[in-house]
Design a protein around this ligand. Sequence first.
Ligand code: GLN
Length: 540
Amino acid sequence: MTQYIFVTGGVASSVGKGVTVASIGRILKARGVRVSVQKLDPYLNVDPGTMSPYQHGEVFVTEDGAETDLDLGHYERFIDENLSRYSNVTTGQVYSEVIMKERRGDYLGGTVQVIPHVTKEIKHRIALAAKGSNPDVLLVEVGGTVGDIEGQPFLEAIRQMRKDVGRDNVMYIHVTLVPTIGATGELKTKPTQHSVRDLRALGIQPDAIVLRADAPIDNALREKIALFTDVEKRAVVPLTTAQTIYQVPLMLETAGLGQFICERFGLPCAADLSQWQDLVDRLLTPKEKLRIGIVGKYVELPDAYMSVREALVHATLFHNRDLEVDWILSEDLEKDRGFERLSKVDGIVVPGGFGDRGIEGKILAAKYARVHNLPYLGLCLGMQVMCIELARHVLESDEANSTEFDPGTQYPIIDLMEDQRSIADLGGTMRLGAYPCNLEAGSKAHAAYDTDMITERHRHRFEFNNAYREMLSEAGLRYSGQSPDGNLVEIAELREHPFMLGSQFHPEFKSRPERPHPLFRDFVKATIEFPRDGKQEKLL
Ligand code: GLN
C-alpha cells in the first residue's frame, strides 16, 4: 500500500520547494523505496501550457503529452522515473471535472460544494497518481504557500487524507524560509512560527520542517522552532542555499531527514547515495570552462529554459567541463549587438519558442553557426530556424519563413500540417508527448543515439514542409530522423558542418544527471573538438 508525504510551503514561494521534494524522492530511492511525485497547482488554468514563461517559467512535457509545471522536470531528473499526466493537478482541472459532473446530473439533488465535492475530486486525483505508478511512497507537493486563498481546498484535501489512509501512512513536511535581517545578518524564525500556526489552524500538524536559509542555522534556532511548532528537534531540518541543486539530497540525508521518514513509515533505513555523491563531487571540482550561448527571448529569466540548462549541465559534466552559459537576447542580434558575444562562445543553442518576437535574431544566430562552423543545437523552434536560415541562403531571399511568423510567405519552409489547420483552441492542441522516430544510419543523430529507433517528447504545432525537402537536401541538409511513415522530419542536420543539428522534439526533457541526453552529449563533444574561429562578422 502506498504511503504519502505531503509537502507544503510557508513564508515565501520560490524558495526551492520543488527541488526539496525531488531531493526527498532521491534519498528514499537510495534506500530501494519505489517513489513517485505529484504536484498540486492551485491556479485556475487547466495546465500551464497557455501561460507565458514570465508567469510560469518553462512548461515541462511528460511522455504521455501533458503540459506541466517545471517542478516535474526536477522530479524526473532527481528520481530518474518518468511521470505522467496524473502527476500534475490544477484547480482548473478539478473544477472543470466537478462542473461537468454537475451538468451531467451526477450530483442530482445535492448542493455542489468545495467540501466535500471539490476536495473529493482532488483526493481522487491523488489516488490516480498512486494507482498509476503504484509507488511505496507518493510525494505530493502543494504549490504556493499556506494562506493563499486558492490553496485552501488542496490543504483541506490533504488534511482529510490522514483519516482516509491512516495516520501511520501520512506525513506532512512544511518548507519555510528563514530570512536574515539587515546588517546584523540575524536569522529570523518568526515567519516560520506564523506559517506553522496557519497550517495548524487548518488542521495540519507538520511532522517535519525544512528551513531554507542563506546562512547556516544553528542548534539553538532549531530548538526554538521545535519548541514553538511541536515538531521533534531532529525533524527541524536546516537547508542552506547550495552551490548546485544536486547537493540538496546529500544535505537532507546528512541532516537525517531520510532516516526520520523511514523510521516513521517503517521503511528500510540504509541508504546508498555514493553515486550521487560522486556526481556532486565531480560537479563541484573546478574544471575547464565551456561557454555555450543560449539565444532566446526570455534570457533574463533562465527558468524559462530550465531543462535546457540542466541538460547542458549534464552533458558538460560528462565531458568533464564546467558550463558557463551566455544568455544572448535574440533581439539584440537584430539590432547588430551581441555578435562579439557569439564570437566567444564554443557552441550555440537555440531553444524552443512561440511567436515572432526575436525570430530574426535566432535566424542570424543559426547563420553565424553555419558560416563559422560553430556547433549548433536547435531545439524545436531552433530546428525550424535552422531550416529557414538555410532556405534563405539557398534561395537568396529573406522571404523564406514559417507560416507561424509570416502567414503569407512565398516560401513556407515551416508550415501547419493539414490536421492542425482547423484547430481553434490554444490549450492542449499541439503535437504533444512522445512520438517514435527512425534514425538514418551513418548520420550524426544515429551515431549519438547508437540505435535505429527512438521516442522523444514533442510540443509544437508547426512542421517542416515536405515541399522543400529536395531543395534543402541538395543544399546539404540531411533528414536524419523521421516519423516511421516518413512523413515528418524529426531531426535535420547539416552534412558538411562539425555539428549543426536540430530536432523537432525537445530532447532536454529526457536528460538526466547520470545519463546526459545523446544529442546534448555529442553537441558538447563537438564544441570541444572544433575550437571556435572567433570571427565577429555581423552577417546582417
Ligand atoms: N512555435 C513552433 C511551433 O509551434 C515551435 C514550438 C517550440 O519550439 N516548442 O511549431
